[in-house]
Design a protein. Structure first.
Length: 510
């Protein structure tokens, strides 16, 4: 072990548990906002006159700004102070939400969503990195990240429930306005109770070329997948966006390896355990976000559920996630290696997805969808909890913000890719099914309506098969790349020494 190991750990912050309440509240607001608009979108589209071709931009504008600016937001939090970044991010998010709720047209709505994403990119890494530097005891850290992991995993499903209730009983605009009290409470509480450890800021000059290259590269990547859904994979602009993304991100990596004060120090990314977390988590989110969209449309369009009923239909998934994160992940995290939670967790989630490949027009909710959601929630909750903790495990406090930003980046980019990629697969399967049953569809009447519903479900089940494979790949990556022992134990062989990996173990002690 390096000489760094002789440095005593930071004293525990006496207000850390109070701070966790406000950090968790802010994280819930950001995560649920990624899905709360899904259920409200049909109503908002009608009121604001948004075309079918542009409606996806209500979701994508948020994802592009969030995913593209997260690394920048993480480094700003390291440099400016995580508490300051957290509070400013909350205030900005509230203002952007107010603009979205008051939108009188398409342009105002899309601008508000992009602004929400930009402030979310400042807020989210500040929240996770505050936990990383405030909770230093292994058992307390497990509990704190259990709560955080449950929110990060289940917040999207909470957004579907809240979106349904607000849309049906109030108005779609309240899916935006609801963020304002969340933000005010979280910002006020954070300002009063959060105390950052001394000496944890990174006061190095900002890496402007890194900011530009990473932002443009990530935006090009996410937009490429989004455009592929609507225009096809052979569209020249789609291909150009993917090519531009590859060049920009390769240039970013080259720049980061040469500049004195990089935006993303490669030691954060290349340490095999954290790299395994970023990759496996990003892939898992691809399957999860695609499923949210499919199940929402299946329940509302095929089964005829109301927005509220659709939202509550996701409750088993939330229950599974909370149980997996707080009762399985948090209890076992200090006893077993993280890979033995993440690998099996992703496989249990894949089993839930596998059940959903049997989806049909007349499928029973209690017999098929409910058990599938329980398995998916349990698996994801169990895997998310150690992933969130390991993503910042052992990093120098000066790099905590950007390490936190990477785990958020993997989730946001994964979510945007999942929505676009799995939608494209579903749309292709639906089109093929309709082509094969063109005669029945042309007949009109109830038979034609049934063919349309069957075509939609055929598309969903085809895409869900891909999601099963993606989750299996996530499990394999977690079991292969994540070699560290249980938190609090020594760094496993094969992961490099703490010093070589850019780690200062006792600074964020286990």
């Amino acid at each position: 072990m390096s000489k760094t190991a002789a440095i005593p750990p930071l004293a525990a912050d006496p207000s850390r548990w109070k701070a966790l309440v406000f950090i968790a509240l802010a994280q819930l607001m950001v995560v649920l906002d990624a899905t709360i608009v899904n259920i409200a979108l049909p109503s908002a589209q009608t009121d604001l006159g948004i075309s079918d071709g542009n409606r996806q931009w209500v979701i994508t504008a948020y994802a592009l700004a969030f995913g593209g600016l997260l690394l920048f937001g993480g480094r700003i939090a390291d440099k400016w102070g995580r508490k300051n970044a957290f509070v400013v991010g909350l205030i900005g998010f509230a203002l952007a939400s107010a603009i979205g709720g008051a939108a009188n047209g398409e342009a105002m709505m899309l601008g508000a969503r992009a602004l929400q994403g930009a402030f979310g990119a400042l807020l989210a890494p500040a929240a996770l990195s505050l936990l990383a530097v405030m909770f230093t005891d292994a058992k307390e850290r497990a509990k704190a990240f259990g709560i955080y992991g449950a929110i990060a995993g289940g917040g999207g499903a909470v957004g579907l429930i809240l979106g349904g209730v607000l849309t049906e009983y109030l108005n779609w605009r309240w899916t935006f306005f609801v963020n304002i009290p969340f933000a005010i409470v979280a910002a006020t509480g954070a300002w009063l109770v959060i105390r950052e450890p001394a000496g944890s800021r990174n006061r190095a000059p900002l890496d402007v070329p890194g900011v530009v290259l990473s932002t443009l590269g990530l935006v090009s990547l996410v937009y490429g997948f989004t455009r592929a859904e609507s225009e096809g994979w052979s569209d020249p602009l789609t291909i150009g966006l993917f090519a531009a993304s590859a060049v920009l991100l390769a240039s970013f990596v080259l720049t980061e390896s040469k500049v004195r004060s990089p935006l993303l120090p490669l030691r954060v990314l290349l340490e095999r355990n954290r790299g395994g977390v970023y990759l496996s988590l990003g892939l898992a989110v691809i399957s999860m976000f695609g499923l949210f969209l499919f199940l929402t449309y299946y329940l509302q369009v095929v089964k005829g559920y109301s927005p509220v009923k659709t939202g509550f239909a996701f409750l088993p998934m939330i229950a599974g996630m909370i149980t997996g994160s707080t009762q399985i992940g948090a209890r076992l995290m200090t006893r077993v290696p993280p890979r033995l939670l993440m690998g099996p967790g992703f496989l249990v989630a894949a089993a839930g997805m596998l059940l959903l490949t049997q989806l049909e027009v007349g499928s029973s909710y209690p017999a098929l969808i409910l058990p599938a959601q329980l398995l998916l929630g349990l698996g994801m909750g169990t895997a998310f909890m150690p992933a969130m903790s390991l993503a910042t495990h052992g990093v120098d406090p000066a790099d905590a913000g950007v390490a936190s930003a990477m785990v958020n980046t993997s989730q946001q980019v994964g979510g945007a890719i999942g929505t676009a990629l799995l939608n494209t697969i579903a749309a292709s399967a639906t089109t093929a099914y309709l082509a094969d049953h063109a005669a029945e569809a042309a007949a009109g009447g109830p038979a034609a309506q049934l063919i349309q519903a069957q075509a939609m479900v055929e598309g969903y089940s085809s895409a869900i098969w891909w999601a099963v494979g993606i989750l299996a790949a996530s499990s394999a990556i977690a079991l292969t790349l994540i070699t560290t022992g249980r938190p609090g134990g020594p760094v496993a062989s094969g992961s490099g020494s703490a010093e070589d990996a850019g780690l200062k173990v006792p600074v964020i002690a286990h």
